[in-house]
Write a protein that binds this ligand. Structure first.
Ligand code: SF4
Length: 388
């Protein structure tokens, strides 16, 4: 996903975004929250001269606090939440999808959403209605977390650090934001912009002690970590779908067949007697080939993960660029290591997500969950999109 490089207009926007955040930080009435996507932790200090071993998520959290954010949270929390919603949605749609002979497609990649809306509008109804982890995080922070703090949501300013340029556009989709509480996410910075801020603030990464993320929106499982690598969303979803279907946890690595750097991988699984056919694809050229096969009836799947950037978000257009080097696969390996090290490997076992359902949302796909965590991608249009 090398869609933007060193464009001066982008640099100008970045400065405006950063200035906007500084203004909010300086305002005593405003509480600033930041969330960091999984892929960012694999690359944030590459251009600052630190190895992946030194640039731990704990040091990244410390750097974000030095920059001045009031709360440092983690998108892997809402990645787990996405699995709860999207996994439940998949099971509830399973029979009707079978009848149509079509899969459900993931919806967390705005590059893919734009592609499908302009190129294959007939497939939009087969997108999951789950919002992406970035948007779910914002919606939960402006409602549930505002309640936890006992403040009006209008006092919260929600920033996200993303590996992705398209996430800036996603935060602006008008119908994604529930009207009464304002935008889910107020400002999106890329990994490259974060590194620039750290440099501008003269923060010495090597001198930082590791710090934990804030709670309750800072705790995520290994399943949430692997969202940043191609196949990871599918693997995380399968771990929880298996539990939902059979009532038992699978061995956490049992769906590793879906990992890898080939343009697309597929797998056929037996889940307590139910046959589930899945695929994960990355890169829009590969995606087009896969879709054409599905439309010609040459391939049949129940659930398909699509990531626009080759290798997934670790190779995203907002990540550091090193001429002639493609780092998506080493960054992806770093996420698999974090997954393995995490004491929690299943999204449905995230205690903070469980608490959120208990105290606020009820259960996956509840009315409240629908209102905050789902969206209809049919309900907005973009230039060039085919309309009936
Ligand atoms: Fe963004 Fe690329 Fe990740 Fe899609 S795959 S969400 S375009 S970084």
């Amino acid at each position: 996903g090398q869609c933007i490089t060193h464009c001066p207009v982008a640099a100008l926007h970045a400065r405006e975004d950063w200035q906007g955040i500084l203004d909010k930080m300086a305002d005593p009435d405003v509480i600033t929250l930041v969330q960091v996507a999984p892929a960012v932790r694999t690359a944030w200090a590459e251009s600052l001269g630190f190895s992946r071993e030194e640039a731990t998520p704990g040091r990244m959290a410390a750097a974000l606090r030095r920059l001045g954010f009031d709360y440092v949270f983690d998108t892997i929390f809402s990645a787990d939440l996405t699995i709860m919603e999207e996994g439940s949605e998949f099971l509830s749609r399973f029979d009707s999808l079978k009848e149509d002979g079509m899969p459900m497609f993931t919806s967390c990649c705005p590059g893919w959403i734009r592609f499908v809306k302009t190129q294959y509008p007939q497939l939009v109804p087969y997108l999951s209605s789950a919002k992406s982890p970035q948007q779910m995080f914002g919606a939960v922070s402006k409602t549930y977390f505002a309640k936890v703090l006992g403040v009006d949501p209008s006092r919260l300013f929600c920033v996200s650090i993303m590996p992705c340029v398209a996430k800036k556009h996603e935060a602006d989709i008008p119908t994604i934001n529930a009207a009464e509480k304002g935008k889910d996410v107020d400002c999106v910075l890329t990994t490259r912009e974060l590194a620039r801020m750290i440099r501008a603030d003269r923060i010495v990464v090597g001198a930082l002690q590791e710090e934990p993320f804030d709670q309750p929106l800072g705790l995520g499982t290994g399943a949430g970590e692997i969202f940043g690598v191609t196949g990871g969303v599918m693997e995380a979803a399968l771990r929880s779908a298996y539990y939902l279907i059979t009532g038992k946890n699978p061995e956490p690595d049992s769906f590793r067949e879906i990992r890898g750097q080939e343009p697309w991988r597929e797998s056929e699984l037996n889940m307590g007697g139910t046959r589930v056919r899945v695929a994960a694809v990355s890169g829009l050229g590969n995606t087009r080939k896969l879709i054409e096969k599905i439309l010609r009836g040459e391939k049949h799947y129940d659930f398909v993960e699509v990531m626009a950037c080759p290798g997934g978000c670790v190779g995203g257009g907002g990540q550091p660029i090193h001429d002639g080097e493609e780092l998506a696969s080493v960054r992806g390996e770093a996420l698999y290591r974090l997954d393995k090290k995490n004491p929690l490997r299943f999204s449905h076992e995230n205690p903070c997500v469980q608490q959120l359902y208990k105290e606020y949302l009820g259960e996956p796909l509840s009315e409240k969950a629908h209102e905050l965590l789902h969206t209809d991608h049919n309900s907005w249009h973009m230039p060039g999109e085919y309309k009936e």
